[in-house]
Design a protein around this ligand. Structure first.
Ligand code: SF4
Ligand code: SF4
Length: 117
């Protein structure tokens, strides 16, 4: 008759003995290619068309006045609302938006969670 718990012990012996967790934040992990993290915005490329704001499903982009672009507007990104879907990157005709591998975005203050160049 099997001893209660014996099967579990046998199964546990088969599992390779390596840590199941990373020592984050002491050890930085490498995120895979195509990871969608914090938005990088290049005002030099932006024409102020507003397509990014129009297509954002989360309402995370507001168009604000800015004299530096052709149409005198530019996006302001509120990444506390962002889904990191990359639709804005896809929609931008000037490739002014890029989602990076940066994932450490936590903040105590939601008002700080904006990208406003
Ligand atoms: S990544 Fe998606 S949710 Fe975030 S700002 Fe761009 S379109 Fe909006
Ligand atoms: S879609 Fe691109 S060019 Fe148009 S406002 Fe957004 S960032 Fe600027």
């Amino acid at each position: 008759m099997p001893v209660p718990g014996a099967l579990e012990k046998e199964l546990l012996k088969q599992i390779p003995r390596k840590p199941a967790t990373e020592m984050y934040p002491f050890v930085k992990i490498e995120v895979p290619e195509g990871y969608r993290g914090k938005i990088e915005f290049d005002i030099e490329k932006c024409i102020g068309c507003g397509l990014c704001a129009r297509d954002c499903p989360a309402g995370a982009i507001e168009m604000v006045e800015d004299e530096r672009t052709k149409l005198k507007k530019r996006p302001k990104f509120i990444y506390s609302r962002c889904l990191f879907c990359a639709q804005c990157e896809e929609s931008c005709p000037r490739k002014a938006i890029k989602l990076t591998k940066e994932f450490e975005l936590a903040d105590y203050n939601k008002d700080q969670m904006i990208i406003d160049v």
